[in-house]
Design a protein around this ligand. Structure first.
Ligand SMILES: [Zn+2]
Length: 167
């Protein structure tokens, strides 16, 4: 980092800290020739979609991971390979349209449950049970009730017993 004052390329770091938003590293530098002091900010360059996890960690979006989650939910259901690809494609493009490069993992979970709900009710419940069960058990049970009620209304022949056999 060249000195902004005299152009000397030898500067030393005299203090390092984190910026207030927590997203960059702030370095106080001093030119070794003219002793001019200045501050630099270093931030990661997000050139691809990043996911912020519940615990605050940030990792690159993985299409494979999303696909694996969807596939697990639709296992042994009447859902085609193409339908799975469509769900993954739609979610990915909705995430790309998001105004920031960092999306919360919760958003991916919500988008996936939304698509699965339209695709297959059992897959939907399986998915929601995996991604919501630990943090929001009550909400999960409410959703389960709602789906079971809907199945009974839509297809009089279904019973809660044989639906849970499928889970
Ligand atoms: Zn200087």
């Amino acid at each position: 980092m060249d000195c902004p004052d005299c152009g000397n390329d030898r500067t030393r770091v005299i203090d390092t800290g984190t910026s207030t938003d927590g997203m960059s590293v702030r370095r106080r530098r001093e030119c070794q020739r003219c002793s001019f002091r200045f501050t630099t900010y270093e931030r990661p360059e997000w050139n691809s979609l990043q996911v912020k996890k519940r615990d605050g960690r940030i990792e690159s979006f993985s299409r494979e991971k999303l696909r694996a989650g969807v596939e697990r939910a639709v296992e042994k259901r009447q859902v085609t390979e193409k339908a799975v690809t469509d769900v993954v494609d739609t979610i990915e493009s909705e995430l790309q349209d998001h105004e920031t490069c960092i999306v919360p993992s919760r958003l991916i979970g919500e988008l996936a449950s939304e698509k699965l709900r339209d695709l297959d009710q059992v897959a939907y419940i399986r998915f929601v049970s995996v991604y919501k069960a630990f943090s929001e058990p009550e909400e999960f049970l409410r959703e389960l009730d709602a789906v079971l009620d809907a199945e009974l209304d839509d297809f009089g022949r279904s019973t809660p017993q044989n639906l849970s056999d499928n889970l």
